[in-house]
Design a protein around this ligand. Structure first.
Ligand SMILES: *[C@@H]1O[C@H](CO)[C@@H](O)[C@H](O)[C@H]1NC(C)=O
Ligand SMILES: *[C@@H]1O[C@H](CO)[C@@H](O)[C@H](O)[C@H]1NC(C)=O
Ligand SMILES: *[C@@H]1O[C@H](CO)[C@@H](O)[C@H](O)[C@H]1NC(C)=O
Ligand SMILES: *[C@@H]1O[C@H](CO)[C@@H](O)[C@H](O)[C@H]1NC(C)=O
Length: 455
């Protein structure tokens, strides 16, 4: 009997111990890691059972935030909701860290939440004005110091200058690099333009900061034509394209005298194009003109000759003859006044692998074509008694009432083969050989000499 009591007592004690365990405080929630974005509202759960008369504390590090339902912290962004859940509104980067929900006397293990605060990217640009200027050949540094969590990446691009909005050039070249600094050295004119850094850490949209880079350089002039044909009563248009930064001041000169606008002479500028227009050309308008461009870094000058003499002849016939012994040479000459006289020189080039000896020049006076009634005169002339399968070269010169024009470039043509018909591809390599070109420049010098002697 005594043993039964003992058993009963043991059971009772065990049951009581069990009840004690069940009755003690117990967390229903679990510790978690939270990721939140700046400005968001965060709820850290803390649900506990059987708290009894014990007190629940929220701590962050050594600082106590709440005790029971009492707010200890003065930060009004903290609040207890639905019991002991801790709510933080308008989360900031300073809120990152461990939050501990703790039962007084530590009768149960603390519950710990870890809070990570994601911060969207921010950027500090340098130069602050987002405008950098440097001389050609010099260097420039653009800088984007980025902050955020996680640490943002910084990438650099050159932007298409045609578009007002941010448009990335869609090729791998447009991506210039990564990191907070874009260093540009040995600057060229073409480096001028818009650049952008993109700062991104996956939190919120990427941040794009645009810069303007200005490369400063002295004026550079290109002339569309350095020789302009005109005639009395006609007009002449001279065009200088000027690139410069800072923008250049452009002046026009005739034979080293500065020009000013008159009822016949107008100067205009459109973008980089500077035009001198002479209307109703008079004899005194012929001559040597120049456009001069100045900026703070330097000066540049280009000459344009205004002449009444015909323009240089341009050959229009195909280089391969249709027949073995004949060839129809055709070319055009620009001239406002009628052409008075035309002169043609041609000769055979006896070229093979081992032997290069040009033949004798044939000098032909071509009758002037009937007045064209327009600027461009078309001339054709039939050459006969040619060698079959031979290479020839020709030059022409034209005269109007203002004089002879420049001798044309050398033109080469070849006749069809006789017995063994030559094909274009058999002959082509001869045209391409370096020796032929050397020969041609010699021939052109000779031809010039001959023409001058004849004139
Ligand atoms: C950029 O080029 C690639 C391939 O050339 C093409 O697949 C892509 O659609 C292009 N992107 C844009 C925005 O034009
Ligand atoms: C300037 O002249 C060039 C050559 O004639 C032409 O192609 C270009 O369109 C002109 N630009 C402007 C802005 O007129
Ligand atoms: C124009 O004049 C300049 C110097 O004054 C000279 O260098 C240039 O060769 C001349 N051009 C022509 C086509 O006569
Ligand atoms: C090259 O031409 C010369 C002169 O016409 C001739 O004597 C020589 O045989 C030719 N050589 C070849 C390889 O055709």
């Amino acid at each position: 009997m005594e043993g039964s009591w003992l058993v009963l007592a043991a059971v009772l004690i065990a049951a009581r111990a069990q009840t004690n365990r069940n009755d003690g405080p117990r967390f229903l929630s679990r510790g978690h890691s939270f990721r939140t974005v700046v400005g968001d509202t965060l709820l850290l759960p803390c649900q506990v059972q059987n708290l009894g008369s014990l007190v629940l504390l929220w701590r962050r590090g050594p600082a106590v935030l709440t005790a029971a339902s009492l707010m200890v912290t003065r930060d009004e962004r903290f609040r207890l909701v639905d019991g002991y859940n801790l709510q933080i509104t308008d989360v900031g980067p300073q809120d990152a860290g461990d939050y501990v929900c703790q039962i007084s006397d530590r009768v149960a293990r603390d519950q710990v939440h870890t809070v990570e605060v994601l911060v969207p990217p921010s950027v500090r640009a340098s130069p602050e004005s987002r405008h950098a200027a440097a001389r050609r050949g010099g260097a420039a540094v653009l800088e984007c110091r980025a902050a955020g969590n996680p640490v943002p990446s910084v990438t650099w691009h050159k932007l298409l200058s045609l578009y007002p909005q941010v448009v990335f050039q869609n090729d791998s070249n447009s991506r210039l690099g990564e990191g907070p600094q874009l260093q540009l050295s040995r600057l060229e004119r073409t480096h001028s333009g818009r650049y952008a850094c993109t700062v991104d850490n996956g939190v919120g949209p990427p941040l794009v900061t645009e810069f303007q880079l200005q490369v400063l350089y002295p004026p550079e002039i290109t002339v569309e034509r350095s020789w302009v044909h005109t005639g009395e009563g006609f007009r002449a248009e001279l065009l200088c394209t000027v690139l410069a930064d800072p923008p250049a001041e452009v002046t026009w000169y005739q034979n080293s005298f500065p020009l000013s606008a008159t009822d016949r002479i107008t100067m205009s500028a459109r973008g980089n194009n500077h035009t001198l227009l002479i209307a109703n050309v008079q004899p005194e308008d012929f001559g040597n003109y120049s456009c001069v461009a100045d900026n703070s870094l330097g000066r540049s000058r280009r000459h344009v000759e205004v002449s009444g003499r015909p323009g240089p002849a341009r050959f229009t016939s195909a280089p391969l003859a249709r027949r073995p012994h004949e060839y129809t040479l055709s070319f055009t000459v620009d001239s406002y006044p009628p052409l008075d006289e035309l002169r043609l020189l041609y000769r055979q080039l006896a070229i093979n692998e081992s032997f290069q000896q040009p033949g004798r020049w044939h000098d032909v006076v071509i009758p002037a074509p009937s007045p064209a009634g327009s600027l461009t005169h078309r001339v054709t002339h039939l050459l006969t008694n040619l060698q079959a399968a031979a290479v020839y070269e020709a030059i022409v010169q034209a005269k109007n009432r203002y004089g002879w024009n420049e001798v044309s470039d050398i033109f080469q043509f070849h006749t069809l083969g006789g017995a063994h018909t030559a094909h274009a591809d058999e002959l082509t390599p001869m045209f391409a050989s370096a020796d032929t070109h050397r020969l041609s420049s010699f021939a052109s010098a000779l031809a010039l000499y001959t023409l001058r002697a004849l004139a």
